[in-house]
Design a protein around this ligand. Structure first.
Ligand SMILES: O=C[C@H](O)COP(=O)(O)O
Length: 323
């Protein structure tokens, strides 16, 4: 691992310097990225490796509910499932985090107690981000005050696509500052995941630029999607982001995590992402600290495949509680 620390102060000095830097990054070979992702997606893994991969994938899930109809009861049930995904089998690992709207953070914190499952909250006018910076910062502060461990913010895609990189940068810096927590709270600052909403960024070059912009501004994680826009997470887009975090570590000496989210529903898909991580960024990223799978309904499929590997048969569809 490189320990070279590069200051990005000059890069972030103005919109012009940010633009020069971001447009100076090597372009992404779209055909090459698609082919490499497709090739890695067809790689088969041995049965023993698959059993380990399923447990690893479970431990990386950000178990998500982001519906207008979410209730405290639904969040409580999801938290119980996050801690004990299969109450009949204590060997199943807990998930990494639950992800909820800001008004439900307190309920999740209460339900999870000291289980070690983290509470993530979307903020900053999720999912569109079309609100003032003041509102975005306050949204974040309230979620952090309620006990959120992680904030999943959206970038201003309109500003990004019109070339106003400095606006996007300043918003990320401001939201990161709002993630700071008073030392008296007894836990550290909330980690910041920056959602690029890659389905709206049009090109892989933009995905690479947005990843670097977020990392330079202080993102702890870069995340593909809100789950509200199609396409959401894809393998090639995640490949581009994994290359970005790998190259950023080489240049800045700091690791940034990656979270594909939206539309990941099967064990087969989850395993493809793990292969991609291993082959692109490397095994340092193969932990819940540095890689997450944001999903509302993936966990049940992982549990069903896990059960099938252990017993040779699938449990009935009503065996697991609904995600
Ligand atoms: O961040 C996670 C997504 O909102 C969940 O999307 P999904 O419902 O397609 O799994």
């Amino acid at each position: 691992m490189s320990t070279v620390t590069t200051s990005f102060t000059e890069v972030a000095a103005s919109n012009a310097t940010l633009r020069a830097f971001l447009h100076g990054l090597p372009g992404v070979d779209r055909v090459g990225a698609d082919q490499r992702a497709a090739m890695l997606g067809t790689r088969s893994i041995k049965t023993t490796a698959k059993a380990r991969a399923i447990d690893l994938a479970i431990s990386m899930v950000d178990l998500t509910t982001l519906e207008g109809a979410d209730t405290p009861g639904k969040v409580r049930a999801m938290c119980a499932k996050a801690v004990h995904p299969d109450p009949g089998d204590p060997s199943v690992p807990k998930v990494a985090a639950v992800c909820v709207y800001p008004d439900l953070v307190g309920r999740a914190v209460e339900a999870l107690g000291d289980s070690g499952v983290r509470v993530a909250s979307v903020a900053t006018g999720f999912p569109s981000g079309r609100t003032s910076l003041e509102v975005k910062v306050r949204d974040t502060e309230l979620a952090v005050a309620a006990g959120a461990d992680e904030i999943d913010m959206v970038i201003d895609r309109g500003a990004f696509l019109s070339g106003d990189y400095r606006k996007v940068f300043d918003e990320i810096v401001a939201v990161k500052a709002a993630c700071a927590r008073d030392a008296a709270a007894g836990k550290g600052d909330a980690h910041l995941k920056v959602i690029l909403e890659t389905g709206e960024l049009a090109t892989y070059d933009n995905v690479r630029r947005a990843s670097w912009l977020a990392m330079i501004a202080g993102a702890d994680f870069v995340k593909t999607s809100t789950g509200k826009v199609s396409p959401a997470a894809t393998l090639p887009v995640t490949l581009v982001m994994l290359e970005a975090v790998r190259d950023f570590r080489d240049r800045a000496g700091r690791m940034v995590g990656v979270k594909p989210a939206g539309g990941i529903r099967t064990t087969k898909d989850a395993v493809k992402y793990l292969v991609l991580v291993n082959e692109t960024a490397g095994e340092d990223w193969l932990t819940p600290e540095w890689f997450r799978l944001g999903a509302s309904s993936l966990l049940n499929d992982l549990l069903m495949q896990r059960g099938k590997m252990a017993t040779g048969r699938y449990s009935g569809p009503d065996y697991f509680t609904l995600d």
